[in-house]
Design a protein around this ligand. Structure first.
Ligand code: TYD
Length: 210
C-alpha cells in the first residue's frame, strides 16, 4: 500500500491555517479519500502542557530553549504514536503547523537567527512533509482576524512580535530549502485560498487517472 501524504499548513497567528486544514480535510472526506487532520501543539500529553504554558498557566516566562524542547518532544511523540502509523496505513495526514513553526517562532523569541540550526537539530528525527502550504498574510490583516476570533490572549499575540515573525516566514523557503513549500496569499477569501491550496495539493493526493 502506498504511504499517505503529509500535508502541512504554516503561517502566523491569524493566517487561517486551521480553517484551511479543515477545508482540505472536508474536501478529501467528500471524495472518500482517507485523511486525518491534526495540529501542533497536539492533543497529547506534552501538547496539553504546551497549551497551558502558552496560556501563562504553567512555567513562568519559559525561554526559547525550553519552548523549543517542549514543541520538539510533542512533535516526536505525535509522529511516533499517531502520524507515522496513519501514513503507513495509507491515510493522508493534514497538520496545522509543524517544524517550521518551531524554527521560526522560537528563533524570533530568542531574537537570534543563529539559534535555528539547533532547533532544526532537535527536530532531526521528524520527517519532512510532502508539501507545505505557507499562508502569507500581512500583520494588519492577521491582527484583524485574531480580534474577530477572540479568546484568551496567548504569549505570542503581540503585534510587533507578529511583524517580526512575518519577516522570517517570508524566508521559509531559504530556511527549509529541502522542503517543497508553496506560498498562498492568505488575504484572499476563504474559497479562493481553498481553491489555490487544492491546485497545489491535489496532484499529490488525487492524481488524474490515466
Ligand atoms: P496554534 O494552535 O496554531 O494557535 P491557536 O491557539 O490560536 O490555535 O498554536 C499555538 C501557538 O504556538 C501559536 O502562536 C504558534 C506557537 N507555536 C510555536 O511557537 N512553536 C511551535 O513549534 C508550534 C507548533 C507552535
Amino acid at each position: 500500500m502506498p504511504r499517505g501524504r503529509l500535508i502541512v499548513f504554516e503561517g502566523v497567528d491569524g493566517a487561517g491555517t486551521t480553517t484551511q486544514a479543515a477545508r482540505l480535510h472536508d474536501r478529501l472526506q467528500k471524495k472518500e479519500i482517507p485523511a486525518y487532520r491534526t495540529a501542533q501543539p497536539s492533543e497529547r500529553p506534552v501538547g496539553k502542557l504546551i497549551r497551558e504554558v502558552l496560556g501563562g498557566r504553567q512555567i513562568e516566562n519559559p525561554g526559547f530553549a525550553t519552548m523549543s524542547l517542549l514543541f520538539a518532544a510533542d512533535r516526536q511523540d505525535q509522529q511516533d504514536a499517531d502520524i507515522l502509523p496513519r501514513l503507513y496505513r495509507g491515510e493522508h495526514v493534514i497538520c496545522d503547523r509543524y517544524v517550521h513553526s518551531s524554527v521560526i517562532y522560537q528563533s524570533v523569541t530568542a531574537n537570534d537567527p543563529a539559534k535555528r540550526p539547533w532547533i532544526k537539530e532537535i527536530n532531526k528525527h521528524i520527517i519532512a512533509p510532502d508539501i507545505t502550504i505557507y499562508l502569507r498574510i500581512d500583520a494588519n490583516s492577521a491582527e484583524k482576524r485574531r480580534a474577530v476570533r477572540g479568546g484568551e490572549p496567548e504569549i505570542f499575540d503581540q503585534k510587533l512580535f507578529q511583524r517580526r515573525l512575518i519577516d522570517v516566514y517570508d524566508s521559509i523557503g531559504h530556511i527549509f530549502p529541502e522542503h517543497r513549500i508553496v506560498t498562498v496569499d492568505a488575504t484572499q477569501t476563504i474559497d479562493e485560498i481553498e481553491s489555490q491550496v487544492w491546485q497545489a495539493v491535489g496532484p499529490f493526493i488525487d492524481p488524474p487517472k490515466k
